[in-house]
Write a protein that binds this ligand. Structure first.
Ligand code: ADP
Ligand code: TRP
Length: 340
């Protein structure tokens, strides 16, 4: 195990996916992609994919889906994912994942799927298309994870019920058909990046996200106009309460401002009314710029490299397929399915 309690074993298979429902936002970047990058170390097998089948459960614009997929992979690469050290692929390029999902669905009770909080959340956000794909969403996710025998799945806390379901499916299958699947660990260090309104930053939430590819001037304007601070603090000379009342700006400072001392300086200045919310927002955006500046520079170089990205996806798909096919063959055989 790693000392930080992240659940990492010495030989880990790290796997995570992102849906292609939109472009990457700063919450995805800090909460997911930056971790993905850190895992690329000798001894680790890293698999990072775009969950395009999962995307279809709620997002069915073919042109946008295709575009998002390519653009997110550009974001991955610009953020530091290296196709030489990580297997980067589209879920749909591994058909055995769908086959594995079918086998797993045979041992998954229906009732659990409609009680899981992630199901309730998806239908709350998509009341007009409560399709079967939404019901089986966690089973497909279990196939994503169990297929390549992932040992660790870094995801945000909203995904915990889905990972627990994958763990329970793996245990159930192993008990019934004999040891087959690796039980994946969840990553315990998870952050929640606040959006401009203080709720969790998300693509689908009410315009509260910062697009990682927005010019910094646009990000600054968005924070100045929409970033919610301490609503009880009426004037800059009133003391603020960054810890309890500031909704979006100070909590993000805590996540990105380098060094505890620097973060504490900002908090103390706010508590003592030595810094106003506008100044605090400027400092926050300067911090965002430090993180996104180098990223955006690398990203600009990939703008017209669609063919290169397709090639990366093609190669990644082939590698992932080898891993998933191996598991699927074992599952087929254990369940009594033979190829004639
Ligand atoms: P969204 O919620 O915007 O649709 P996704 O569900 O596609 O984003 O999330 C992709 C990954 O990014 C997941 O691992 C998720 O937990 C993580 N993530 C998304 N939003 C945040 C956030 N605000 N803070 C931390 N991690 C996040
Ligand atoms: N459901 C995940 C999300 O919305 C995306 C995802 C699909 C995923 N399959 C996965 C994440 C497998 C981790 C492992 O964020």
């Amino acid at each position: 195990m790693c000392k930080g309690g992240c659940g990492m074993k010495s030989k880990s298979v790290i796997l995570s996916g992102i849906r292609a429902t939109g472009r990457l936002h700063f919450g995805n970047f800090l909460g997911a992609v930056q971790n993905f990058v850190k895992f690329q170390q000798p001894g680790n097998t890293c698999l990072y994919f775009i969950a395009d089948w999962h995307t279809l459960t709620t997002f069915q614009d073919p042109k946008e889906l295709r575009g998002n997929l390519i653009e997110i992979v550009k974001d991955y690469i610009a953020a530091g994912l290296d196709p030489e050290r990580s297997i980067i692929y589209a879920q749909s390029s591994v058909p055995e994942i769908a086959e594995l999902c079918l086998y797993l669905s045979m041992i998954q009770p229906f009732g659990d799927l409609v009680r899981i909080p992630t199901f309730k959340d998806l239908i709350r956000k998509n009341p007009n298309n409560v399709n079967l794909g939404i019901v089986t969403y966690p089973v497909l996710m279990a196939a994503d994870i169990l297929g390549p025998r992932a040992t660790l799945v870094p995801v945000g806390e909203d995904q915990i019920p889905n990972i627990e379901l994958a763990q329970s499916l793996a245990r159930k299958f192993n008990n019934h058909f004999g040891d087959t699947f690796v039980i994946p660990d969840m990553m315990m260090q998870m952050i929640r990046v606040p959006g401009l309104d203080g709720n969790k930053m998300g693509k689908s939430e009410a315009d509260n996200a910062i697009d990682v590819n927005s010019p910094i001037s646009v990000i600054r304007e968005r924070y100045l106009k929409k970033g919610i601070t301490d609503i009880e603090r009426k004037r800059a000379k009133d003391p603020g309460d960054p810890y309890n009342r500031c909704q979006s700006v100070y909590p993000l400072h805590e996540l990105i401002t380098i060094g505890e001392a620097e973060t504490r300086t900002i908090a103390t200045a706010c508590l003592e009314a030595r810094i106003g919310c506008v100044e605090c927002k400027h400092r926050l955006v300067d911090g965002i710029d430090k993180i996104l500046g180098p990223f955006q520079e690398a990203r600009a170089k990939l703008a017209d490299k669609n063919d290169q990205i397709r090639e990366i996806l093609h190669e990644g798909g082939k590698k992932a397929r080898v891993l998933v096919r191996e598991t699927t063959m074992v599952v087929r055989e254990k369940m009594g399915i033979v190829i004639h």
